[in-house]
Design a binder for this molecule. Structure first.
Ligand SMILES: *[C@@H]1O[C@H](CO)[C@@H](O)[C@H](O)[C@H]1NC(C)=O
Ligand SMILES: *[C@@H]1O[C@H](CO)[C@@H](O)[C@H](O)[C@H]1NC(C)=O
Ligand SMILES: *[C@@H]1O[C@H](CO)[C@@H](O)[C@H](O)[C@H]1NC(C)=O
Length: 477
């Protein structure tokens, strides 16, 4: 009897642990005006069987919530901190002590991400000199603390650190302006058995090049493959990964472990950023992970961190309005669309919501219906949007509204961002609070959640990625 019970237990453990697609992790950014309670988020990760999470900082509230969860954590160091860490070893020791070793008894910290896409072209080289010395100091501090076997340090790079001279993956090479620095980092990663982390965004290929063959951004085939030394590339994700592998080979690091630090698709703020395309991208990516097919040059298991968990309404929209809509969950922890995390397509592991989320009162701030002269509302609309998030407004986006609707959306966004403070629903006497939900169709007028934290670091600037390679690639197709 006991043996039978034991077998059932073993079986259930095996079943419970094999449902999730191999190598799946998630990015947890926190640049939102309203934070979900970290404990509830961690419970959601557990409910979904997610065992790897990547952060952009090392906030104690997040690490506390992750304590005892068994979830593998990558903590992050923001780019602004690199200079200090490069200049001062004791600063690096302090960072490791406070943000790694202190937690190791309860939090499974496996990686420290030193900077975030520090060689991005749009940073104009600001972090090129400091990244490697900072990495060296952090690694040394980890090793001296005795945690070197458990914790690795690496640098998440954007895919724009490499390119292809001909547009074929086999001509992949690192960008000239950073190549020497990159080789130093690669040597260090290899000597310390640390992985190369790269962020890959097929959405941006499409966003940046109107002529990019749309289907090549997804995984279903349907666009002309790119032939390269008897390999047929059917999607840009594979082509991009293999461009990196060829670039690594060229410098003598062909066997280096690779982790995809970010991959995802936004759902609003651009004509190609919508639920339908996001679902198509994730379905394809998860199936690929489920089948453990890897890429043509690197078959098998692939480790991929989805970007990201939640929409972040305080991210810079310099790269594009879609920046605030990368979440697989809405701001309130609800999945935006069904997603089978098993990658088997059998509905075994459907994405589950964050539970126990508390909302503010069910009320909205809208434009008074007796305001008829719309030209008077322009200034108020601009003011409201400047102080909140209006990136869902516009043609081809979720809120394609008339002028009255737009103004109401903006007023409500401003009001909710400020925790429904009644003084923020005035707008020269043109606004009013209503209990009638003004949402229409796919256009959600949000009611904010009860805020449980301060806004923090998230990924920035991804949209400048990968333009050189992409530009060349579509030209040859
Ligand atoms: C540890 O990380 C936190 C959160 O990212 C940061 O605020 C703090 O300054 C870090 N500690 C040190 C000693 O740098
Ligand atoms: C990089 O240079 C461009 C053009 O000179 C400038 O507009 C941009 O603000 C710079 N970015 C950073 C991060 O320094
Ligand atoms: C509408 O408002 C604008 C700006 O306040 C004003 O110039 C215009 O005369 C008004 N139109 C009518 C029909 O009242």
């Amino acid at each position: 009897m006991a043996r039978a019970v034991f077998l059932v237990w073993v079986l259930s453990v095996i079943l419970a642990t094999t449902n999730l697609a191999q190598g799946l992790g998630v990015n947890w950014g926190a640049m939102a005006s309203h934070q979900l309670p970290p404990k509830n988020v961690v419970q959601m990760l557990k409910d979904n069987g997610i065992k790897k999470v990547k952060l952009f900082d090392a906030e104690p509230s997040t690490l506390n919530a992750l304590a005892g969860s068994g979830i593998q954590v990558m903590v992050g160091i923001p780019n602004e901190k690199l200079e200090k860490l490069a200049d001062s070893y004791s600063e690096a020791q302090q960072w490791v002590k406070e943000n790694v070793t202190k937690w190791l008894g309860s939090v499974s910290i496996s990686y420290v991400a030193v900077g975030n896409e520090p060689y991005l072209t749009s940073y104009n080289g600001s972090y090129v000199k400091t990244t490697y010395p900072a990495l060296k100091n952090i690694l040394k501090a980890i090793r001296e603390s005795g945690a070197g076997d458990k914790v690795k340090a690496t640098v998440p790079f954007n895919a724009d650190v490499y390119e292809s001279s001909s547009s074929k993956p086999s001509d992949g090479r690192f960008r000239k302006d950073i190549k020497n620095n990159m080789v130093e980092i690669l040597r260090h990663l290899r000597d310390n058995k640390s992985p190369f982390v790269v962020n890959i965004y097929p959405f941006l290929s499409l966003y940046q090049s109107p002529d990019f063959p749309k289907e090549f951004a997804f995984f279903e085939g349907g666009s002309k493959p790119v032939s390269d030394n008897n390999i047929e590339y059917k999607n840009v994700f594979d082509a991009n990964c293999d461009t990196l592998i060829n670039a690594l080979k060229k410098e003598g690091f062909g066997n280096m472990e690779i982790i995809i630090g970010e991959a995802g698709w936004p759902t609003d703020g651009d004509k190609n950023a919508n639920i339908k395309n996001a679902k198509k991208f994730y379905d394809g990516l998860l199936k690929k992970l489920g089948k453990e097919e890897g890429t043509p040059l690197r078959k098998g298991k692939l480790e991929v961190y989805l970007f990201g968990l939640f929409d972040e309404d305080q991210k810079s929209i310099a790269p594009g309005d879609f920046e605030r809509h990368w979440g697989i969950f809405r701001y309130d922890g609800q999945p935006k669309f069904p997603m089978d995390l098993s990658g088997k397509g059998n509905g075994d592991q459907m994405l589950k919501a964050v539970k126990g989320v508390e909302f503010l009162e069910k009320q909205w701030c809208v434009l008074n219906s007796d305001v008829k002269n719309m030209s008077q509302t322009d200034a108020e609309l601009n003011y409201a949007c400047a102080g909140s998030d209006c990136t869902s407004l516009g043609t081809g986006r979720s809120c394609d509204l008339d002028q009255h609707g737009k103004v109401s959306y903006a007023f409500n966004s401003y009001f909710q961002t400020r925790d429904q403070d009644v003084r923020t629903c005035n707008f020269n006497g043109m606004a009013t609070i209503t209990k009638n939900n003004p949402s229409v169709g796919d256009c959600l007028f949000p009611v904010q959640i009860v805020n449980t934290g301060a806004p923090r670091h998230g990924a920035v600037g991804v949209a400048y990625a990968f333009s050189i390679f992409v530009g060349l690639l579509w030209m040859m197709i």
